[in-house]
Design a binder for this molecule. Structure first.
Ligand SMILES: Nc1ncnc2c1ncn2[C@@H]1O[C@H](COP(=O)(O)OP(=O)(O)O)[C@@H](O)[C@H]1O
Ligand SMILES: [Mg+2]
Length: 317
């Protein structure tokens, strides 16, 4: 059976006055694919997701959703569900009432669907609590439940990891993985690469409205090139001498003692083959390697290199 892609976007443009939010963006999402849209704040992620949800219309380019070209008028394309900038919910209603209200607004007979959706996102225990007191993470999960009610073929989620605790993350991951296994296409955004790494097979990296990378996550990690590694050995001084002698390895100035109390850590910079050679040489020099780990994870490093974003303290610690 021929199946049209869930999303096919070409040269999409969108401006707000003088601000060019999307500048010729291509996006391809296949059925059953979890596609990550990643980029720093202001990159254009929410704008692009808004176009997929029919909340805005592009100024230029072509956009096809579930095989249907998107026209010039605002309308939620058939088979698409999701939200940007947080789900629209009624604070004075309970979680269950919110879902029932949404279902009837959209003309669905929710029936058991409401309970199923609440269960899937792990909100059964708070189904009859007013959502006024819900955390951001709980609201995100309720928004996901609302999207599930419509049995979408394309699910669009803007920064779904925001505010999720580990249990919430686990539910959201399970729901998304399950949907994808059933052939639903999922597009989700994040300003942090590590949020998406575990979920997505493909990513599109945006920086100020342009695509700077598009392809499999595995290929993205290879874009990081030389990385900084923390190296802990039995003899820091000897390790430093070996490192300086190894082709392709640099010891950034201040690379030993890095602002840390553990003075035995040496930071070395190099690509994977050079780092492997360094380990061989250390062992030959009878310097034991206790720990070797990238300072910033390779995916995050590739993301930072591509987007020119500055890592936050949280990301480098
Ligand atoms: N409704 C709007 N009016 C004016 N500028 C906007 C509007 N929406 C987004 N922008 C601008 O477009 C750019 C992209 O924004 P956005 O899509 O929200 O980025 P992201 O979601 O990646 O943080 C930003 O410079 C933002 O200020
Ligand atoms: Mg956004």
């Amino acid at each position: 059976m021929h199946e049209s892609p869930a999303v096919r976007g070409r040269r999409i443009k969108k401006s707000f006055g003088d601000v060019v939010a999307l500048d010729g963006v291509d996006l391809d999402v296949a059925a059953g694919q979890v596609h990550g849209l990643v980029g720093p704040n202001g990159a254009g992620k929410t704008t692009l997701l808004g176009l997929l949800l029919g909340l805005a219309v592009a100024d230029g380019g072509e956009l096809e959703i579930l095989g249907t070209p998107v026209g010039r008028t605002l309308a939620v394309p058939d088979g698409v569900a999701g939200f940007v900038d947080g789900p629209g919910l009624y604070p004075s209603l309970t979680a269950r009432q919110n879902l029932s209200a949404l279902a009837s607004l959209r003309g669905y007979d929710a029936g058991r669907g409401v309970d199923d959706a609440l269960e899937q996102v792990g909100l059964t225990d708070v189904a009859d609590d007013r959502i006024r007191g819900f955390s951001l993470g709980m609201r995100q999960r309720l928004g996901l439940a609302a999207a599930l009610l419509t049995r979408p073929r394309l699910l669009v989620l803007d920064e779904p990891a925001n505010g999720l605790d580990p249990a919430g993350k686990h539910h959201v991951h399970r729901v998304i993985t399950g949907l994808a296994a059933d052939g639903v296409a999922v597009v989700l955004s994040s300003h942090r690469m590590d949020d998406l790494a575990a979920l997505c097979s493909e990513v599109t990296v945006l920086a100020t409205g342009r695509v700077v990378f598009s392809g499999p996550v595995t290929k993205l990690a290879a874009e990081s090139g030389a990385l900084d590694y923390r190296l802990l050995t039995s003899d820091t001084a000897a390790a430093r001498r070996v490192a300086l002698d190894t082709p392709g390895i640099r010891v950034p100035s201040g690379g030993d003692r890095v602002q840390r109390p553990d003075a035995d850590v040496l930071v070395v910079r190099g690509a994977v083959p050079a780092v492997e050679e360094l380990v061989v040489r250390l062992v030959r020099a009878e310097v034991a390697v206790r720990e070797l780990a990238p300072v910033v994870a390779p995916l995050e490093a590739a993301f930072l290199a591509l987007t020119g974003a500055v890592p936050t303290d949280e990301e480098v610690s």
